[in-house]
Design a protein around this ligand. Sequence first.
Ligand SMILES: Nc1ncnc2c1ncn2[C@@H]1O[C@H](COP(=O)(O)OP(=O)(O)OP(=O)(O)O)[C@@H](O)[C@H]1O
Ligand SMILES: [Mg+2]
Length: 414
Amino acid sequence: MSPEVFAGIDVGSYSVVCVIAEVDEDGVLHITGAGQAPTDGSVMEGVTVDLQGTARAVEKAVAEAESLSSWKISEAALSISGPHVRGFPGRGTVNVDMEDDFVSGKVEWPDIEDAIETAQLIKLPRESMVLRKEVCGYTIDGSGMLQRPPVGLRAERLTADIYMITADRTAVLNLEQAVHDAGIAVRSIFPAACASARSVLTEDEMQMGVVLADIGASTTDIAVFHSGALAHLSVIPVGGESITRSLQQMRIPRHEAERLKRETVDLARGRRERGGEITVSTFGGRNTLPVSEETINEIAYRSVGGLMGDILCELRQAGIQESDVPAGMVLSGGTSRLRGLAEACSRVVGLPVEVGRPGGVDVSSSLIENSEFAAAVGLVLLTMGEEIEQEQRKGSSPLDRAAAKIRGLIRKLR
Ligand SMILES: Nc1ncnc2c1ncn2[C@@H]1O[C@H](COP(=O)(O)OP(=O)(O)OP(=O)(O)O)[C@@H](O)[C@H]1O
Ligand SMILES: [Mg+2]
C-alpha cells in the first residue's frame, strides 16, 4: 500500500515555502521534501499582487520540494495572510430532538453541524468570506465547556462556541488563481497563524494561554489560544522588513542592511554593549564606511521595540490581558531567527518569550529546522487532522479512507 502524502504551500511576502510529508502506518508524519523560492515583490503584506510572479515562485518551491521527495504533488493546502484575515467569536444553540415526552434525545452529528451553522449566522461585509470556523467548545444543558463533540450524550439543548475567521474574497481568489496557474489544485486554505500555531505550540501552552506571533517579512500573524481553543486571530502589517529598512537609515544599500540584520545584530548582547566595527558599502557601492556594532544593535533594538509595541497594541485592543497568556509568547517566521530576538522581546513585553521550532512531525528532518517553515509544516499537520476528523465522522478507519482518497490524487515519481 502506498503511504499517504500531504503537501502544504505557505505563500509569504518574502518567499513561498512548500513542504511534502508522508504518513507512516503509526500516523507519524515524515517530511520528505521542502522547498523555498523568493516571491520578489509579487506578494505584498501577505496579499498576491502579481499572479505570474506568485505562480512562478510556487512552481519553484514545489519543484524543489518534489526533487527531494519521491512524490509529485497535484494538490496542496495553502496558508493565507494579510491584514484582511480576521477572527470573530460566535455562538449558536439548537434544540436536540426528544426521544419521547420524558426522555432527552441523543446528540447526533447533524445537531453539532446545525449548532455550528447557527453560530456563524452573522452579517459579513459583502467583500468578506468565511475562511474557517474553529470550534472552541460545546455546552449541553448548561454544562461546563466540553472540548469534544458530545455525540451520543443525551441533552435538550446544544450550544457551540466557535471562532470564525474571515478573509477578503478577492485576495482568496487571487491566491487560489496563482497556485492553480502553477499547476496545483487547492485542497484547503488555512490562516497562516493557525498553521504556524499547529506546528510550534504544545497542547499545554494552548491550554494555559499563549500568544503565537509568526513574524515574517511584512506581516505578523497573531493567534492567541486559551483553554485549548483559538481566542483571537489577526494579522498586522509589520515584520522583519521594518528592521532592514531602519538599518538602511545608515545610508547603506538594502542588501547590506539585510546582511547586517542576519549576521551582525545580536539583541542578546544588550543595547549599549561595546563591540567592534564593521565595514559596509555605501549606497552606490563605490565607497565603504565603518559602522560600530553598537550602533547597528541599537537601531535594530529600537526597531524590534516598535514591532513588539504594535503586537502588544493589537493584543490590548482585542482585550487580551497578560494574565490570559501565562505561557507567554512563542515566535515563528523568518524574523524569529534574528539573534537574541526572544530575550529582547521578553524585556519589552514582560512575558516569557521563546522561539518555536516546527514540530509535530518526525523532527529528525533537517529540511524544516528553520522557523520560516513553521506555517508550511503546520499546513500538512492540519490537513492530516482534517482528513482524520472527516473520516471519523463517516465512522470508518481514518487512515484507510484517507489513503484511498489521496492515492487517486498523487503520482509516484520513482
Ligand atoms: N537569520 C535571519 N536573521 C534575521 N532575519 C531573518 C533571518 N532569516 C530570514 N530573516 C527575515 O525573515 C523574513 C522572512 O520571513 P518569512 O519567510 O517567514 O516571511 P514570509 O512568510 O515570506 O512573509 P510574510 O509572513 O510577511 O508574508 C525576512 O524579513 C528576512 O529578512
Ligand atoms: Mg509568513
